[in-house]
Design a protein around this ligand. Sequence first.
Ligand SMILES: C[S@@+](CC[C@H](N)C(=O)[O-])C[C@H]1O[C@@H](n2cnc3c(N)ncnc32)[C@H](O)[C@@H]1O
Length: 271
Amino acid sequence: MTAAGPGSVAALPSPRNDDSMAALATPLYIVSAHINDPSSAPVPVGARRPVRSFVLRQGRLSPAQQRALDELLPRYGLAFANAPLDWRRVFGRTAPVVLEIGFGMGETTAAIAASRPDVNFLGVEVFMAGVGALLKRIDEQQLANVRVIHHDAVELLRDMIPPDSLAGVHVYFPDPWQKKRHHKRRLIAQPFVGRLASHIAPGGYLHCATDWEDYAVQMLEVLSNEPQLANSCAGYAPGGSNPIAQRPTTKFHARGERLGHGVWDLVFLRR
Ligand SMILES: C[S@@+](CC[C@H](N)C(=O)[O-])C[C@H]1O[C@@H](n2cnc3c(N)ncnc32)[C@H](O)[C@@H]1O
């Protein structure tokens, strides 16, 4: 398939086993074949560059990841724009939408999406090789319920996610920024958590996980103090008994276990 040029419109792939979805499928949002570089925006003279939760890794793309970006981003990708998303147009059907922030290589995203075909998933990631890897999985597994955006989640929420519209948010093993002077880069902190909560629909959930104990303590404190959220558990969420807290083992979860770390899950509900 030839990659569409910037500003072109791509048709949605038809879902494999869902006629109702196929019937609803409409052209996807305008997507561009070029990748947004979330860190490339010019900073006005005199203004400070915002503190970001990531540093872009320069890793090389494998040929398969590059091919996936060229060919599949126009089909499954959303372009960043300063306009709220219309979920029905994005997915071609009306269904609950779950946002995953920082999906890494996307293995967990694909596994969860395959096991919950009745839910729409939007993954946001700044790591280009990870975006390519998830696109490849979407195509190989014919996952009609996943869309991807290569951008900073903070800006995505600010500019594109309608308020009160998400059924759930997954933030699995966000970068821990271990050094104290880097703690300001941690994602699960205010004011981001307040904004994130305001985009979850009442009754929807926020599921976070980390293998860094002091980040787990910070998460519990920040989320407990956020007035829009209520803890679904007393403290951390035991995976076995809480259906929302159940998730596949992610790459960084496995890495944490190899390093002898503990793992902490937190599930909060939007009031
Ligand atoms: C430690 S990795 C975890 C990946 C995956 N969730 C897992 O558990 O294996 C954190 C990921 O979050 C991404 N990330 C960090 N800040 C982000 C942001 N503001 N927007 C989108 N992605 C972000 C990083 O690029 C990285 O891939």
